[in-house]
Design a protein around this ligand. Structure first.
Ligand code: 13P
Ligand code: SF4
Length: 333
């Protein structure tokens, strides 16, 4: 099913005409042209670790969801170019209503956010009236607006531990992350049954083979992975925590259970260590996030050139979505 959905996303992205404008410079000139446009627009480029290496290389800041939210909240730039997916750019707009927030490709969505439609979520909440609603940042503004607290994979365990022990909690939309948070915090969470199509694609068989081939390697995993894979991991954490752990651990090699875009920063920061991505089941290369990878340098140039596509939000919805994000930023250490 996941393979089918991935193929559909790839097919859709191939069918869509490229949103690149006339006048786009040749590939070799793009980095300089983007830097010049960025100066003219007083723009900042934020990029997630899952972006293609060429985008990471020209970003002003690369980070995980929490770090990128913090940067978006603090920036003095007039224009934020968010090289990531829609919910990330939307979060930046919620925090910065007066700024122009650009997403190079507006189709860069997220299977996890899509797995939690706002109306179905409202019914789920209504069925748990005494519960506090904690939502992972990978959700739409309409779901954030129905939440009491937002979290990311960096701070979820810590935030849940700060809540009163007797308080029942709903956790959405990632059930794999939710189960990991339950184990780490000792809290019982009512879980929305969503998951990420990329993190559910890794092959356990390929992982076991990689462990045999690289006996000195540690397995490091993102908590969005399924339980059978997390059971084989030596360390579990957000993208930034995986990067930090690789630097701090004495291990010479790592088998990496998350989107392989992060290997670019790992190899850059730790050139003497080896990093092995885990392929998808069926040996496919669908371990890359098809939404993240819709952004390209050409589309980055185009959006800075025309200041579009920009994220727009209804003000009443924005204010309701802002409150649980601000709560998260205040509670994050
Ligand atoms: P991080 O918060 O760890 O960067 O994860 C974001 C994400 O989308 C994982 O799939
Ligand atoms: Fe969403 Fe998964 Fe892509 Fe992360 S990797 S942005 S959770 S589809």
């Amino acid at each position: 099913m996941h393979q089918l959905r991935l193929r559909l996303v790839f097919a859709a992205s191939q069918a869509t005409p490229p949103r690149v404008q006339e006048g786009c410079p040749a590939p070799a000139e793009l980095p300089a042209a983007i830097a010049e446009l960025k100066r003219q627009r007083n723009a900042v480029i934020l990029a997630h670790y899952y972006q293609e290496p060429a985008i990471q290389d020209i970003a002003d800041f690369i980070g995980d969801s929490l770090e990128l939210s913090r940067k978006a909240a603090a920036t003095e730039a007039d224009v934020i170019v968010f090289c990531g997916v829609h919910f990330m750019a939307e979060t930046a707009k919620i925090l910065n209503p007066g700024k122009t927030v650009l997403l190079p490709d507006l189709d860069a969505g997220c299977s996890l956010a899509d797995a939690c439609p706002a109306d179905a979520f409202a019914a789920f909440r209504a069925a748990h009236p005494d519960h506090l609603v904690v939502s992972y940042i990978n959700c739409s503004a309409a779901v954030k607006a129905q939440s009491d607290l937002i979290c990311t994979s960096s701070n979820a365990v810590d935030l849940i531990k700060q809540l009163p022990p007797e308080q029942p909690i709903l956790f959405a939309p990632d059930q794999n992350l939710g189960r990991w948070v339950q184990r780490q915090s000792g809290r019982d969470l009512s879980l929305w049954p969503g998951s990420c199509q990329v993190h559910e694609t890794f092959s356990e068989q390929a992982l076991l083979q990689l462990k045999l081939d690289h006996p000195n390697a540690e397995v490091i995993a993102h908590p969005e992975c399924q339980q059978n894979l997390l059971d084989l991991a030596d360390f579990i954490g957000s993208t930034s925590s995986l990067l930090r752990h690789a630097a701090e651990s004495p291990a010479p090699a790592f088998i990496v259970l998350t989107e392989p875009g992060i290997l670019h920063q790992m190899q850059r920061a730790l050139p003497d260590k080896a990093f092995h991505p885990v392929p998808g089941a069926d040996g496919c290369s669908c371990n890359t996030c098809p939404y993240m990878r819709l952004n390209t340098l050409e589309k980055l140039w185009s959006c800075l050139n025309s200041l579009a596509p920009a994220i727009e939000l209804d003000e009443e919805l924005r204010l309701r979505a802002l409150a649980p994000i601000e709560r998260m930023l205040a509670m994050s250490r």
